[in-house]
Design a protein around this ligand. Structure first.
Ligand code: ADP
Ligand code: MG
Length: 353
C-alpha cells in the first residue's frame, strides 16, 4: 500500500466560544507512525476527527499528500479510522463487516471477497470470517475493526484509543500486532492515546498534547530523555519522573540535606526531575524513610519520603531498611522552571573536592 504525508497548518477548532484547539501546526511524514499523547480532554479526538473529516475545522488547513482536504468529504480523503468502541455491525459476519465499505463503494463481489480475505489474513482472522461479533473476544473484535479499515487500502490510518477497551495482557499483544501490521502495510498512521506505554512502544514520533497545543514533538527517546517541560517529564515513564522542589545555593544544587552537584545558576528554588530508575539507593547523602514498597520480583518500586516531606519513587533491586540514604547522579538530573515548568538548560557538575 502507499502512504501520504499529512500537514496541519494552523488548524483551529472552537465549540461556541471555547477554543479547544487554538492553532496547531505539524508535519507528519509519509509512512511514519505518529502517536498523539495527552491527558483526557486535551483535544486529541477533536484533532483526529478533523483530519478524518468527521468534525469541521474552524480555521486552518489540512493537507494529505499535498492535497488540501479540509473541505473534502471523509470518504474522499484516502483515509480510514479505527475507534475505541469497534463500532461493528452485530448482525453481520466478520467478512460482511470487513467488506461493508467496499460494498457501499460498489466494488464487485469477486474483487471484494479477495480484498476481505487479504485484510482478514493481515490481522489473522482468516478462520473467523463466518462468525458474528458476539462470538469473538475483545481483541478479535478490535482486529475486525482494523481489517475493516485496511481493506480500503488507505494512505492514512487514524486510530482513536483503539486498545483502551482491552485488558492489559491483550493490549500488549495488540501493540505487537499493530507494530507488525504497520511494518507490512506502510500507511501513514496517526494513533491517539492517553497511555504513555502505547506511545513509547508504537511511535516513530510522539506529539505530546496539552490543552489543544503541541507541548513537544519528538522521537520516544527525545521525549523520554529530553523533556521540554515538567509536564512532559511527568507524563512519560512508568513510574513517571519524580518532580520535586530543590534549590540553588551559592553554586550548589541542594535537595534536603544532600548536595547533588555544582551548578552555575542563580540562587532560588528549582523543580528537579529524576527518573525512579536513576535514583541510587545506597549510602547516599539524602536520608529518606520507606513509605511503601511493591516487590515485582524482578525489582522493587519504592515510595520514600525525604526530611521535608517530599516523596520520591525509586526502582531498585535492593530491599531497603526503614531509613536509607539515596543519591541522584548529577547527569541524571533534569531541571525545570518552578513557575512555568519549562526545561532549564543548566548543567549539574559532579562535586570535585
Ligand atoms: N461537540 C462538542 N461540543 C462542545 N465541546 C466539545 C465537543 N467535543 C469535544 N468538546 C470539548 O473539547 C475538549 C476536547 O475533547 P476531546 O477532543 O474529546 O479530548 P480527548 O480526546 O483528548 O479526551 C473537551 O473539553 C470537550 O469537552
Ligand atoms: Mg478522545
Amino acid at each position: 500500500m502507499s502512504s501520504a504525508n499529512i500537514t496541519l497548518d494552523n488548524l483551529q477548532k472552537s465549540f461556541g466560544d471555547v477554543d479547544v484547539i487554538p492553532g496547531l501546526s505539524v508535519e507528519i511524514t509519509s509512512g511514519s507512525f505518529t502517536v498523539i499523547l495527552g491527558p483526557s480532554g486535551c483535544g486529541k479526538s477533536t484533532l483526529l476527527n478533523m483530519v478524518a473529516g468527521l468534525e469541521e475545522v474552524s480555521a486552518g488547513r489540512i493537507l494529505i499528500g499535498g492535497r488540501e482536504v479540509q473541505n473534502t468529504p471523509p470518504k474522499d480523503r484516502g483515509l480510514a479510522m479505527v475507534f475505541q468502541n469497534y463500532a461493528l455491525y452485530p448482525h453481520m459476519t466478520v467478512a460482511e463487516n470487513i467488506g461493508y465499505a467496499l460494498k457501499v463503494a460498489k466494488v464487485g463481489k469477486g474483487e471484494r471477497l479477495k480484498r476481505v480475505a487479504k485484510a482478514a489474513a493481515f490481522v489473522e482472522l482468516g478462520d473467523y470470517l463466518d462468525r458474528r461479533p458476539s462470538e469473538l473476544s475483545g481483541g478479535q473484535r478490535q482486529r475486525v475493526a482494523i481489517a475493516r479499515a485496511i481493506v480500503r487500502e488507505p494512505e492514512v490510518l487514524l486510530y482513536d484509543e483503539p486498545l483502551s477497551n482491552l485488558d492489559a495482557k491483550l493490549r500488549h499483544g495488540m501493540r505487537m500486532e499493530l507494530h507488525d501490521l504497520h511494518k507490512r502495510i506502510g500507511a501513514t498512521s496517526v494513533f491517539v492515546t492517553h497511555d504513555q506505554v502505547e506511545a513509547m512502544t508504537l511511535a516513530d514520533n510522539i506529539i505530546i498534547m496539552k490543552e489543544g497545543r503541541i507541548e513537544q514533538f519528538g522521537t520516544p527517546q527525545e521525549i523520554y530523555h529530553e523533556p521540554v517541560s515538567a509536564f512532559v517529564a511527568g507524563f512519560v515513564g512508568a513510574p513517571p519522573m519524580n518532580l520535586v522542589t530543590a534549590r540553588v545555593e551559592g553554586g550548589k544544587l541542594v535537595f534536603n540535606e544532600g548536595t547533588i552537584g555544582m551548578i552555575k545558576a542563580p540562587d532560588g528554588p528549582v523543580t528537579l526531575g529524576i527518573r525512579p530508575e536513576k535514583i541510587v539507593a545506597d549510602q547516599g547523602a539524602i536520608s529518606v524513610s520507606l513509605v511503601y514498597e511493591e516487590d515485582l520480583g524482578s525489582h522493587r518500586v519504592i515510595v520514600s519520603e525525604a526530611a521535608d516531606g517530599q516523596r520520591l519513587q525509586l526502582t531498585t533491586q535492593l530491599a531497603p531498611e526503614a531509613r536509607f540514604g539515596i543519591r541522584f547522579p548529577s547527569d541524571a538530573v533534569h531541571l525545570f522552571n518552578p513557575k512555568t515548568g519549562e526545561r532549564l538548560e543548566f548543567s549539574v557538575e559532579p562535586i570535585t573536592s
